[in-house]
Design a protein around this ligand. Structure first.
Ligand code: COS
Length: 384
């Protein structure tokens, strides 16, 4: 399908695709098995200048937007939905700075992220604050020019591999959603350490860790926006990064279809390739149609956001829901097409199925996304 990408966007897509095919695909199963972090691939991404595709040129990036970020995530995820997260989760950690950072903060933190020298992470989730993001227990208590952070963030992607963190903490419980504040926290700050590293079902090459704050003093200059804006910082960030999860889902699904198609042309049963059976053909036709529909929604949503649209929560949630549900269905069907082989770890589709599952869960479960979509629909209807 022709998506009328610019020449630069096509170049970015081709470069990311080449890295996916030549560097990531050959090592994806090994990283999955060992559950180790892909430092070598991060170095390749840094050398290729892809790390800053969504960061403005004045801070060392290529000056693109959400669409460029999604294109890279999609292509890398085609080869490995876990390895691609080193890049994608850095986007999630960087967007609060891009959206709400002042000039000094942007100059200080974005160039190293754009060059790939540093990775970023986003610290919102806690043991008792998942879907209910306002349930955060981590506190930030004002003490002169500093805020003292105490608490634990859970399931943080890039957790113990990142250098730059955006962390949301409660500064005034009585103010409800206006009682949270977002801080930039640097690795190595006294009182900030890493806790448990998770052992996950999928995206195993991605690092998921706890962030532990014990009387960690953060200067007020590291507040994003201003005190009390933390919940809004988080929500507006997620509105812009959920299309990235959707792009990850599209990439995983495309990788699964590609493999199932190749396999179906090689696998002979009843004296013919299984691709000649209509039952298999119809499955693959549905997989391809759903993937293309998901990609169209993701790209269009990204263009909508990059074009400066203000109310984007509904569209962002829609593409996350649709693409991640598609990825789950497509990867399950890919395993089915490979039959017994699909269930074996020697073949990549079972890993793709495990990787796809998280896209329905993180950056807001698909149930929360449907709540967001429905509330926006009702809000729009009530304005008419
Ligand atoms: N953009 C801007 N402001 C937003 C917003 C958005 N997308 N969503 C909510 N807000 C504002 C609301 O307008 C409200 O502001 P006021 O206090 O001025 O009225 C405030 O934030 C509180 O909103 P709301 O009452 O809707 O908050 P809830 O506690 O009900 O939670 C959901 C809303 C469920 C949408 C939120 O908790 C959520 O997104 N949860 C999922 C979290 C998530 O994605 N976690 C994954 C972490 S990253 S892997």
């Amino acid at each position: 399908m022709e998506y009328f990408l610019t020449e630069e966007q096509l170049m970015i897509k081709e470069l990311a695709a080449r890295i996916a095919d030549e560097k990531i695909a050959p090592v994806a199963l090994e990283y999955d098995e060992k559950g180790t972090f892909p430092h070598d691939i991060v170095n390749v991404l840094a050398d290729s200048d892809l790390c800053g595709v969504y960061i403005p040129e004045e801070y060392g990036g290529l000056g693109g937007g959400i669409l460029e970020m999604a294109i890279v995530v999609e292509e890398l995820s085609r080869a490995c939905g876990g390895i691609s997260l080193a890049f994608a989760a850095t986007g999630l950690g960087s967007f609060p700075i891009l959206l709400f950072g002042n000039e000094e903060q942007k100059k200080k933190y974005l160039p190293d992220i754009a060059s790939g020298k540093k990775l970023a992470a986003f610290g919102l989730t806690e043991a008792n604050a998942g879907s209910d993001a306002a349930g955060i227990q981590t506190t930030a208590t004002k003490d002169g020019d500093y805020y003292v952070l105490n608490g634990t963030k859970q399931w943080i992607t890039n957790g113990s591999e990142a250098d730059t963190f955006t962390v949301v903490a409660c500064t005034n419980r009585s103010k409800g959603a206006r009682g949270f504040t977002a801080f930039i926290v640097e690795k190595g700050t006294p009182g900030f350490s890493f806790g448990k590293k998770e052992n996950k079902m999928g995206i195993r090459a991605s690092n998921t860790s706890e962030l532990v704050f014990e009387n960690c003093r953060i200067h007020k200059d590291n507040i994003l926006a201003r005190e009390g804006m933390g919940f809004i910082v988080a929500m507006k960030t997620l509105d812009r990064t959920r299309p990235g999860v959707a792009a990850q889902a599209v990439g995983i699904a495309q990788g699964a279809l590609n493999y199932a198609l190749k396999y179906s042309r090689e696998r002979v049963q009843f004296n013919q390739p299984i691709s000649s059976f209509q039952a298999i053909q119809h499955m693959m036709a549905d997989m391809a149609t759903q993937i293309e529909a998901a990609r169209a929604l993701v790209y269009q949503t990204c263009k909508h956001i990059d074009g400066g649209a203000k109310d984007i929560s509904k569209e962002s949630a829609m593409c996350k829901v649709f693409a991640s549900d598609t990825a789950m269905k497509v990867t399950i069907d890919a395993v089915q097409i490979l039959g017994g082989y699909g269930y074996m770890k020697e073949y990549p589709v079972e890993k793709m199925m495990r990787d796809a599952k998280i896209t329905q869960i993180y950056e807001g479960t698909n149930q929360i996304q449907r709540n967001v979509i429905a509330l926006e629909l009702i809000k729009e209807a009530s304005k008419k």
